[in-house]
Ligand binder design. Structure first.
Ligand code: GDP
Ligand code: MG
Length: 595
C-alpha cells in the first residue's frame, strides 16, 4: 500500500490534460510508442472530436523510482457540470491531483470548481504549468496566479511541456514524493468505492472501483450496498492499457470487476462494494442516486423508424446508466420516447451518439424540468412534459425546482453575468473575491432557466471565462403556464412548452416569428398562433403562394424538370402534416434556437 499513488488531473479545456496523460503513459512504459495514438484515454470517437472527456476512465502505470516499484493509478474525470457528481466520486478515489495550467492562458475558470472539489476532499495539489515551449508562455505571471490561488511555495510548481516531453520526470517524481500513499485498513471488512463502469458487449458491465478498506479476491462473493445485489467476482484485475487479470486487489489500489452484470442500472457510481459475509457496516459516504434533471421527447424523423430507434435507445442505455426513457406518442410526431437526461450537454451527447453510432436522425422536443403540480384534491403530480399538464382549472398549486448556482469568473464579467442571471429570474445571494481578479457569485435561480441555453450564454458573455456549478435547493411555488402553438387552429403538441407567466408573451412572439421563417408558403394562408388556454397572445401569418418549382425552367429541359419534381417529393417525406398544414422537420427544432 505504501507504494500506491492515486491521482487525477484537473485542467481547463485545451490546457493539455490528454496530452500530458499520453506522456505519462509513455514515460512509464505503460504503452509503447507503437501503441501510442494521440490522446489515448479519450477512446470514444465523440470524445475525441469534441475534445472533452465524457466518462471517467482509469489507467494504471508502474514506475521505478530509487529502485522501488510504485503503482500509479491515473483516474480521469469528466469536466462538465452535468457530470459533477461523477467528478466528485472520482476525486474521492484519489489522494492527489495534478492541476494543469496553460502557460500562455493562465488560470481559467473551468478548472476552479474541480480544484475546490479536490481541496474539499483534502487532495494534495501539484500545480503544473504546461506549454512552456510556447513563445507566448508567461511563466512568471502564471506562477503568481497559482500562488495567489492556492497559497503554495513557487518552487513546488512544476514547469512542463507535455508536447515536447519536458518536465515529465519531475511530474512523476512529484506524484511519488508528494501525493500521500492511500490510508485504509487492510484487515477491515471490504469497502470498494465504485467510481465508473464500462459496458462490454461480451462480458457485461465492467465495474471500476477503488479499495478503501480490506481487499478483494477473485471468486469472492460480493454485495453492492446501495442496490443490495450480490455477485461473484468472476474476474478482477488492473486496468493497464488492456485489462490485466489478478487474484487480488489490495487495500488502496484501483481495479476492475467483471461478474456478468448485464444491466447498467445495477452499477451505480458512488456505491460501495463489500463482501457478502463479513460485510462492512456502512457505505462509503457521498453516495447519491443520479436523477435526470432535463426531460425531452426524442422522435424518429421518419415515423417508420420507431422500432429501430427503440433498439438504439436500448443499446445506448446499456452503457449510459444515467439515461432513462419510456415510450411516448405525439399527435404531431407520432411514436417516440420521453427521455430523462442529467443536463443539456448529456442530452446533446445522446442525440449525437444516436446519429453517429446508430445512424439515426431524430427530432428532439423542447427540454423541460420536472414540475410538481398539486391538484384541487390535494394530490401531487410530477409533470415533465407539457402534455402532462392538467387543465389550469384543476390546479391548486404549481412548483418548480430551484438551484443554488455558483459562478466563478474574472472581475470584468461580473456585471454582464448578473444581468444574465436576473434575466433568467435569478436572485444574487453572494459575491466573494477569491483572488484580486477572481470572483465567486452565488445565485438562487430556477433550474428551468439554466437547463435551456444558460451555459452557452454564460460562456459567450464571459468568453469562456466562467465556470458554473449547481446543486438543487428545492421546489417552490411559481407562476407557470402551458403555452401552445396552433397552426390554422390546430395545436402542435410537439411545440408546446411550460414557461413562466412573465415570459410567456416574449416566448410566444419569438416562436411565432421563427416558425414564420421556417414554414414554406402553401396554397392557402397559414395562421401561426401562440396561446395560453383559449387566449391567443401572439400571431404571425404565412401568406399563400402557389408553389411551382418548375416555373424557373423555361420549358425546354425536361430531365431537369423531372429532377426538381423528384427533389420536391423527397422533401415532402421530411414534412409532417398538422391538420391541413405541412410542417418541415426544422420547425420542430426551432424552439431550441429561440433568442
Ligand atoms: P485537454 O483539453 O486538456 O485534454 O488538452 P489536449 O491535451 O487535448 O491539448 C490541447 C491542445 O494543446 C492540443 O492541440 C495539444 O497538442 C496542445 N498541447 C498540449 N500540451 C502542449 C504543450 O506542452 N505545448 C504546446 N505547444 N502545445 C500543447
Ligand atoms: Mg482531453
Amino acid at each position: 500500500m505504501k507504494n500506491i499513488r492515486n491521482f487525477c488531473i484537473i485542467a481547463h479545456i485545451d490546457h493539455g490534460k490528454s496530452t500530458l496523460a499520453d506522456r505519462l503513459l509513455e514515460f512509464t512504459g505503460t504503452v509503447t510508442q507503437r501503441e501510442m495514438q494521440a490522446q489515448l484515454l479519450d477512446d470514444m470517437d465523440l470524445e475525441r472530436e469534441r475534445g472533452i472527456t465524457i466518462k471517467s476512465h482509469a489507467i494504471q502505470m508502474d514506475y521505478l523510482f530509487n529502485d522501488e516499484k510504485y503503482t500509479l493509478n491515473l483516474i480521469d474525470t469528466p469536466g462538465h457540470v452535468d457530470f459533477s457528481y461523477e467528478v466528485s466520486r472520482s476525486i474521492a478515489a484519489c489522494e492527489g491531483a495534478l492541476l494543469i495550467v496553460d502557460a500562455a492562458q493562465g488560470i481559467e475558470a473551468q478548472t476552479i470548481s474541480n480544484l475546490f472539489l479536490a481541496l474539499e476532499h483534502n487532495l494534495e495539489i501539484i500545480p503544473v504549468i504546461n506549454k512552456i515551449d510556447l513563445p507566448g508562455a508567461m511563466i512568471e505571471e502564471v506562477k503568481d496566479q497559482v500562488v495567489d490561488l492556492i497559497g503554495i511555495d513557487p518552487d513546488d510548481i512544476v514547469l512542463a511541456s507535455a508536447k515536447e516531453g519536458i518536465g515529465i520526470t519531475d511530474i512523476l517524481e512529484a506524484i511519488v514524493n508528494r501525493v500521500p500513499a492511500p490510508k485504509g485498513d487492510p484487515e477491515a471488512p471490504l469497502q470498494g468505492l465504485i467510481f465508473d463502469s464500462v459496458f462490454n458487449s461480451y462480458r457485461g458491465i465492467e465495474v471500476i472501483f477503488r479499495v478503501k478498506n480490506g481487499s478483494i479476491r477473485k471468486g469472492d462473493k460480493v454485495k453492492f450496498m446501495a442496490t443490495g445485489k450480490e455477485y461473484e467476482a468472476d474476474e478482477i484485475g488492473s486496468l493497464k492499457l488492456k485489462k490485466q487479470p489478478k487474484d487480488v486487489i489490495e487495500c488502496g489500489d484501483v481495479g476492475y470487476l467483471i461478474s456478468g452484470i448485464k444491466v447498467a442500472k445495477e452499477v451505480k457510481v458512488g456505491d460501495t462494494i463489500t463482501h457478502v459475509s463479513k460485510s462492512s457496516p456502512q457505505m462509503i459516504k457521498g453516495f447519491e442516486e443520479v436523477k435526470p434533471m432535463v426531460f425531452a421527447g426524442i422522435y424518429p424523423v421518419d415515423t417508420t423508424d420507431f422500432e429501430e430507434l427503440r433498439e438504439c435507445m436500448e443499446k445506448l442505455q446499456l452503457n449510459d446508466a444515467s439515461l432513462v426513457w419510456e415510450p411516448e406518442t405525439s399527435a404531431a410526431l407520432g411514436f417516440g420516447f420521453r427521455c430523462g437526461f442529467l443536463g443539456m450537454l448529456h442530452m446533446e451527447i445522446v442525440q449525437e451518439r444516436l446519429e453517429r453510432e446508430f445512424d439515426m436522425t431524430v427530432i428532439t422536443t423542447v427540454p423541460s424540468v420536472k414540475f410538481l403540480i398539486t391538484n384541487k384534491r390535494g394530490d401531487v403530480i410530477p409533470v415533465s412534459a407539457p402534455s402532462e399538464m392538467p387543465d389550469p382549472n384543476l390546479i391548486q398549486k404549481l412548483e418548480e425546482p430551484f438551484i443554488n448556482a455558483q459562478i466563478i469568473t474574472a472581475a470584468e464579467y461580473v456585471g454582464p453575468i448578473i444581468t444574465l442571471c436576473m434575466d433568467k429570474r435569478g436572485v444574487i445571494k453572494n459575491q466573494v473575491y477569491l483572488t484580486s481578479n477572481r470572483v465567486e457569485l452565488t445565485f438562487d435561480i430556477p433550474l428551468a432557466e439554466v437547463v435551456f441555453d444558460f451555459f452557452d450564454k454564460l460562456k459567450s458573455i464571459s468568453r469562456g471565462y466562467a465556470s458554473l456549478d449547481y446543486s438543487l435547493s428545492g421546489y417552490r411555488e411559481s407562476h407557470l403556464v402551458k403555452l401552445d402553438i396552433l397552426l390554422n387552429g390546430d395545436p402542435v403538441d410537439a411545440l408546446s412548452a411550460i414557461v413562466h407567466r412573465d415570459k410567456a408573451y416574449d416566448w410566444g412572439k419569438k416562436l411565432c416569428e421563427k416558425l414564420k421563417e421556417l414554414l414554406p408558403r402553401q396554397q392557402f394562408e397559414i395562421a401561426i398562433q401562440a396561446a395560453i388556454g383559449a387566449k391567443v397572445i401572439a400571431r404571425e401569418t404565412v401568406r399563400a403562394m402557389r408553389k411551382d418549382v418548375t416555373a424557373k425552367c423555361y420549358g425546354g429541359d425536361i430531365s431537369r424538370k423531372r429532377k426538381l419534381l423528384e427533389k420536391q417529393k423527397k422533401g415532402k417525406k421530411r414534412m409532417r402534416q398538422i391538420g391541413s398544414v405541412e410542417v418541415p422537420q426544422e420547425a420542430f427544432m426551432a424552439v431550441l434556437k429561440i433568442n
